[in-house]
Structures are given as C-alpha cells and as structure tokens.
Design a protein around this ligand. Structure first.
Ligand code: GLP
Length: 260
C-alpha cells in the first residue's frame, strides 16, 4: 500500500494522472466511480483535461460503487444522476457506457448478480476511485460487512445517514435506509485501488485503513490485502497515522520512473 500525503489539489492531480494514463494506454479502460465529496476535485481535473487536452472517454466504461434503494429515477441524489452531473456529462461520456447497481429493481438479488456479471463482462475494473466514510466504509460496506462480500443490499448506519444528510437538505429522514453496493470482494478484484480522503473527520478511518488490524469493523482495512492500493490523504486526514513521517520520506524519495 502506498500512502501519499499532500494538499488536496495535488492529490486530485495524481488521481487524474492515473486515470489519464489508463485511458492513453487502454482507451476502453474500465473506471470504477465513487460518489461523495472526496472525488469531486478529481472529476473537476478530468473535466478540465477533457475540455483543454481532449482526454477522451468515448470508449471508456464506468461502473459505480453503489446506489441508494428506492430513490425515483429523476431524484437529484440518486447516485446515477450524481455521477452524470459530476463527471459523465462533463467529459462526454455516453450514458450506456456508465452503469450502476439498479436501486429500483424488483428483484434485488437478480439485479446484484447482473451487476457483477456486467463488471466481469467488461473485463473487470482497471482503476477504482474510492472515498471512505467516517466509520471506515468503502462504497456502502458498513462495519460488519463480509470481507469477501459481493454486490448486495445493505442497511446504512445511523452515522452514514447523518453524514449524507447534507446532500438531502440536512434531513436525515430523507436519506434512504437501504442501498445496493459492490462488496468488498468486488472492490478487491479491481486492478488498482485509489482512495482519497481529506479532513480531520477522516483521520481515524484512514489510520484504521492503513495501520489497523484487518477487520470487518473497519471495512476499508481489507485494502491492506490488495497488491496495488494507493491512499491519497491531506495533512488533516493523515493526522493519526503513526508512520506519517515514513510515508512522506518514501514518497519524497520515490524514483522518477515510478507512477502511483
Ligand atoms: C458515501 C459513499 C461512499 C463515499 C463515502 C464518503 O456514503 N457511498 O462511496 O466514499 O460515503 O463520502 P465523502 O467523500 O462525501 O466523504
């Protein structure tokens, strides 16, 4: 696992560089898309590169991490609409090339199985962008999630619903109780994981992810088992890392030929 501690703008550039490098070597590369605040600067940077340098998403495929259950198709906080607004529409990404779990499916297990099959049929995810919840969740894999889980329905914790109420005019009761989410096993199958976290409210989750024991109590800690995981954090989110000095020294002395 590589930990990079830098200002948020630099982290966004590094993540965008990783996606750009993928699309230059593999125009039909598969990108795993996260919602939430954490990837927004990455999406801004990709939109800028699309507008100014013609970075093309014409053949790329996108797979979302998760989706709320039950939000109507036109709801602005439905994750499919969030992704359309935050990234897809800004980089000319055709709607049929970006998929998410179907939060309106009548047959939820079938929809989850179909989503796993779609990811597999695309050849798997090349670069997976991730945020992290304050309780250590990635996608919507709340504490207690099976470390081998696949796409399925989950119940959101009170903490997560409170954290996400800001997207629902501060009304926690408007935040759905259920979601469909890629499992930890699904996420672990992606070839490169790139997680972004900023702010002191993420510091404990980042500490547990990087330095804690691997445990379903801190679901992101499973990333310690991934052969190619990158954790991009600002000073505040790095505030509880015991080995922060070592991570800084390692990154500062990294060979020029090494990318993330
Ligand atoms: C949300 C999403 C996650 C996201 C996380 C952190 O609930 N389902 O994919 O990474 O919580 O969100 P944020 O980046 O807004 O802090």
């Amino acid at each position: 696992m590589e930990v990079v501690i830098a200002p948020a703008e630099e982290l966004a550039v590094l993540a965008a560089d990783t996606i750009e490098a993928l699309l230059r070597r593999k125009p039909d590369g598969v990108i795993g898309l996260a919602t939430g605040s954490s990837p927004l600067q990455v999406y801004d940077e990709l939109a800028r590169r699309h507008a100014e340098h013609g970075l093309s998403f014409a053949h790329a495929r996108g797979f979302m991490l998760d989706e709320y259950v039950g939000l109507p198709a036109g709801h602005p906080e439905r994750y499919r609409n969030v992704i359309e607004r935050d990234i897809a529409s800004r980089v000319g990404w055709a709607a049929e090339l970006v998929q998410g779990p179907d939060g309106l499916a009548d047959d939820v297990p079938a929809a989850c199985a179909a989503y796993e099959a779609a990811i597999a049929a695309a050849g798997g995810v090349d670069v997976q962008i991730l945020g992290i919840g304050t309780d250590g969740h990635i996608a919507f894999n709340e504490p207690g999630s099976s470390l081998a889980s696949r796409t399925r329905i989950k119940t959101l914790t009170k903490q997560t619903r409170e954290d996400n109420a800001r997207f629902f005019d501060g009304d926690v009761d408007a935040v759905p109780v259920h979601c469909l989410t890629q499992g930890l096993g699904t996420i672990m199958a992606a070839r490169h994981l790139v997680l972004l976290a900023t702010g002191t409210q993420k510091a404990e989750a980042v500490h547990q992810l990087v330095e804690g024991p691997i445990s379903a109590m801190w679901p992101a800690s499973i990333m310690q088992m991934h052969p190619h995981a990158t954790v991009l954090v600002d000073d505040a989110a790095a505030g509880r890392l015991q080995l922060a000095g070592y991570y800084r020294q390692t990154y500062a002395s990294k060979a020029a030929w090494q990318s993330l």
